[in-house]
Design a protein around this ligand. Sequence first.
Ligand SMILES: [Zn+2]
Length: 87
Amino acid sequence: MHQPHDYALRWIIESSESKKSPYLVDLGAYNGVGECQCRYWVCQVGPRVKRGERVHCKHVRIARERFTNWSIEAFRNHDKNQKQYEQ
Ligand SMILES: [Zn+2]
């Protein structure tokens, strides 16, 4: 199970090109649209995000997926000994 970097919304995502260093993705940036350090985000995605579009690079998509999985696991553990969602 992948874990967040330092805060729940900050994830280190590896580059698909193994020689390149990994990118820090901040899922909370830009009202939750997210920000990445990769060249594609900086040159192509970022300018659109800054105009208000909700677009992502692949690293932000990967980080969102990992955040979802991590959150589900955290809530499963949290809920384990609690009353289930009964009426
Ligand atoms: Zn990226």
